[in-house]
Design a protein around this ligand. Structure first.
Ligand code: ATP
Ligand code: MG
Length: 439
């Protein structure tokens, strides 16, 4: 059988459902967001952390909680064929960060501010704003107990929305109190739901005694009434919890950050206490939460570390970028400053040297390279130069090369002005560019 026939029989392979390629037509938006995030994190003195994508399954079972959507049905878990270990593709990154901080004893000399970005994996039904591989950017402040750092994290997110040109969000906050307060509330909550057992769906009935708080987080509209009439956790909070909550509100007020208390905001993960919050928008349909977080003072201990308070948030990159598309700042296309037009391939050894020098001087240059049919006509090269978005064409024609020169032609200002520079002195042209490689 010939190779050709064989190839014709091969089926085209597609990406796994719910896991997406990010192609150049989109990836420049990702890079733009990432650059802004890097700058902002530095401005707040958060340091980057990178943890493995695969962890022991037990980390998430212990960290996120057994009776949660994630652990019950969304994890990509598998047994390592070689040594039988139970492993999971991380569905979120807080548990991993806490594991790393504990494992490397990072809190020995005080609190740490950390941030991360990367892919997360959850086996959910793919739909707009909900994917099986998605990406989060997160910030975690570990070892700090006060509402000041809760506020810092929220202000950091608000600063990010501002930099991205996003105005259409609202901040919902709530306090989950402390375990003792939750225990009191829990008993009343169970009583309430037992009284209205007929109104509960199957999942709620299953969680009634294992994790009744999570019933408040239901997305089932049929349970709206029974959830809204449930006893509110906030009414069970003691002085200290309320003081923490009030201090947070006061800092937000002083900074002009609008907030609303949503007493049913309990968050999908088990590990939160005191402050929880979400940034929500109405612009993205059902998947309107762009960023969510809260305090998790008991997680570090749960994962085996020395008890220490902590708080953090994670944002969904896909959702944030979709919102940027709808109403955010214009994202600059990454265009080269110049396109090198090379009529004859014999010029290439010289051309590549010159371009190398220009790039060292900070000029972004796209080189015309030979296609399957060779270099192509001048006309087709100019067309490509135009399509590249470059402001200048660098023409390495035979006449120019004879004189050891290059012609620089303005392509986009309508003037068509053409100037020649000695090859040895292209640097003086580079210097005339206003701010090479800065836009
Ligand atoms: P949801 O209620 O939408 O399922 P969640 O409570 O499970 O969200 P978190 O675990 O708090 O979400 O994750 C933080 C953020 O990550 C979310 O607010 C959202 O922006 C994003 N996110 C979560 N799951 C997905 C997903 N499957 N696809 C895309 N983004 C997601
Ligand atoms: Mg979820």
């Amino acid at each position: 059988m010939t190779i050709e026939k064989d190839a014709a029989r091969q089926e085209k392979l597609a990406a796994v459902k719910g896991m997406n390629d990010v192609l150049p037509a989109e990836s420049y938006r990702w890079e733009w967001l990432e650059a802004i995030v890097r700058e902002l994190m530095a401005a707040y003195a958060y340091r980057n952390v990178r943890t493995p994508i695969v962890e022991h399954t037990q980390l998430f079972v212990r960290g996120i909680g057994e009776v949660t959507d994630i652990v019950e049905k969304e994890m990509y878990s598998f047994e390592d064929r070689l040594n039988g270990e139970h492993l999971t593709l991380r569905p979120e990154n807080t548990a991993s960060v806490v594991r790393a901080v504990t494992e490397h004893n990072l809190l020995y000399d005080g609190g740490k501010r950390l941030w991360y970005m990367g892919p997360m994996f959850r086996h959910e039904k793919p739909q707009r704003g909900r994917y099986r591989q998605f990406h989060q950017i997160g910030a975690e402040a570990l070892g700090f107990a006060g509402p000041d750092v809760d506020a810092e994290l929220i202000l950091l997110a608000v600063a990010l929305w501002k930099r991205l040109g996003l105005a259409d969000w609202r901040l919902e906050i709530n306090s989950l109190g402390q375990p003792a307060e939750r225990a009191q509330h829990r008993a009343r909550l169970i009583a309430h739901f037992e009284q209205h057992a007929a109104l509960l769906d199957e999942e709620a009935r299953r969680r009634l005694h294992s994790n009744p708080l999570r019933i408040l987080d239901t997305k089932n509209p049929a349970m709206k009434m029974v959830v809204e009439s449930a006893p509110r956790l906030i009414d069970f909070l003691g002085q200290e919890s309320l003081a923490h909550f009030d201090a947070l509100k006061a800092i937000l007020d002083a900074n002009g950050v609008p907030w609303t208390v949503n007493p049913r905001l309990v968050r999908g993960l088990d590990y939160y206490n005191l402050t929880v919050f979400e940034f929500v928008t109405d612009r993205l349909g059902a998947q309107g939460t762009i960023c969510a977080g809260g305090r998790y003072d008991y997680l570090i201990e749960q994962i085996g570390g020395k008890p220490a308070p902590a708080v953090g948030w994670a944002l969904g990159v896909e959702r944030v970028l979709e919102l940027v598309k709808e109403l955010g700042a214009p994202v600059p296309l990454p265009t080269p400053d110049a396109y090198a037009i090379v009529p004859d391939a014999v010029a290439m050894p010289v051309v590549l040297q010159v371009l190398q020098r220009l790039r060292e001087a900070g000029v972004r240059v796209q080189m015309h390279a030979a296609g399957a049919e060779g270099m192509g006509s001048m006309k087709s090269q100019f067309k490509k130069a135009d399509a590249s978005g470059a402001a200048f064409g660098l023409i390495f024609g035979p006449d120019e090369l004879l004189r050891s020169e290059v012609s620089v032609k303005a392509l986009r200002d309508g003037s068509g002005v053409q100037t020649t520079y000695p090859l040895a002195d292209v640097g003086s042209w580079a210097a005339t560019l206003q701010s090479p490689a800065s836009n």
